[in-house]
Design a protein around this ligand. Sequence first.
Ligand SMILES: *Cc1c(COP(=O)(O)O)cnc(C)c1O
Length: 394
Amino acid sequence: MGATSATAAAPARVPFFTQAASFESLWPTTRRHLDQLMDRGKFSHGPKVAELETVLAAWTGARHVIGVNSGTDALVLLLRAAGLRPGDEVIVPAYTFVASATSVVLAGGRPVFADIDPVSYSLDPASVEAVRTDRTRMVMPVHLFHQLADLRALLEVADRHALTVVEDSAEAFGMRWDGVHAGLHGAGGVLSFFPTKTLGAIGDAGAVLTDDPAVADAVAAMRHHGRTGPTVDDFPTINRPTELLGTNSKMDDIQAAVLLAKLDRADQDIARRAELAAGYTERLTGTPGLTLPTVLPRTAATNPVWYVYLIESDHRDGLAEHLARHGVQTETYYPTPLHLQPCFAELGHRRGEFPHAEAACERALALPLYPDLADHHLDLVADLVRGFQQGKHR
Ligand SMILES: *Cc1c(COP(=O)(O)O)cnc(C)c1O
C-alpha cells in the first residue's frame, strides 16, 4: 500500500458484509472440492452441482433441489414450472426485494400488490383477500429478514380460493414451520446464494426447492435450454429436439464447491447470527424512537434464522448518515415499495395505497450482521445508534 492522501476515504470500520476471516478457515475444504472439480474438468452443471443438490435436499428435507444461477432465475423458472400462464395474476407483497415481482413479469404473469403486516413485514392475509380477482392464479408469500410469513393464515386464504402457493424463500435458508423447511409449503420455493445471504456463495447462485416431481422436472429442463433426459454427461442430447422453452441458468461448480464447504458449518453460522442478534437487542432495548425486530409467536413451531437485523427509526436517513460518518455501513431494506417502482409504473399505483409497505420503506434500516462480526463491533454500532437516537429525543 502506498501513502494515503488526506482525501482518500477510510475503509469502513464495520462493513455491511464481509467474510474475509471465515473464508480463510473454509479454504481447506473448499480447496478439496475444487481439486476434485479440476480433476473431473466439468465446470458448469457438473458433479459438484449434483453433489450440492443432494446435500441440500438432505439438509432441507426437500424431495428435489435444482441448482440454478441465481435466486431470481429460480423464481422465474419455478413460476413457469408451477403452471403460470400468460396474463395470470400473482399476489406479491409491496414490500420486498424487487425480484419477487419482476420474476412474475419475466415468467409472463402480472404482479398484483398487497400490503404487509407491519410487524412481520410479510403479506397481510386480509390485504391478499382484498386485492384478489378472478384472474388471480398464485400467491407468493415472501419470508423476510429473520422469520417466516404467517403461513397458516396465508395457506388458508390460498386454499379458499384455489391459489397456487409459490414461496419466495430466498432469504429463508434454515427457517422451518413445524419442521418443514421454507419453500416446501406449496408448489415450491427458492434459495438465493448471493454472497450476503445466510448460505452465501462467492458470486451468484440459487436453487429451487420442491416436493413435486413434475415441477422439479420442468425446472431442471428449463435451466438447461429445455433439455430433458440425461444431463451434460450425455453429449448427444445436444442434438435432441427441444420441447420446453428453456434458458441458460446452469449453476457454476465453483459456487457449488464453496457452498458445500459452507454447508459443513451452516449450523454454527446460524448460531453465531442468533448470538449477534440477541446482542443487538440487549444493547438497544429501550432506545427512544427505535423499533427492534420482534419474533412473533406462531401457531406452529418456528425457528428464527437471523439473515438481517432490521430496526426502524423515526430518523432513519439521519441515523444511516451518522453511522456512515463513523465508519459503520448499513443497508436500506427496501428503499422503494414495489408499487412505486418506476419499472411497474404502468400498473398505475399511487402513494398511500399500501401504507404499511410505504412506512417500512421510510423507517427500516439493516445493521451489519454476519458470522465475522465481533462483539466489540456490536458495542460500537449500538453505542452510535443509541447516541444518535438520544440526541433526537432530548
Ligand atoms: C436475494 C433475494 C432474491 C433474489 O436472489 P438473487 O440470488 O440475488 O437473484 C429474491 N427475493 C428476495 C426476497 C431476496 O432477498
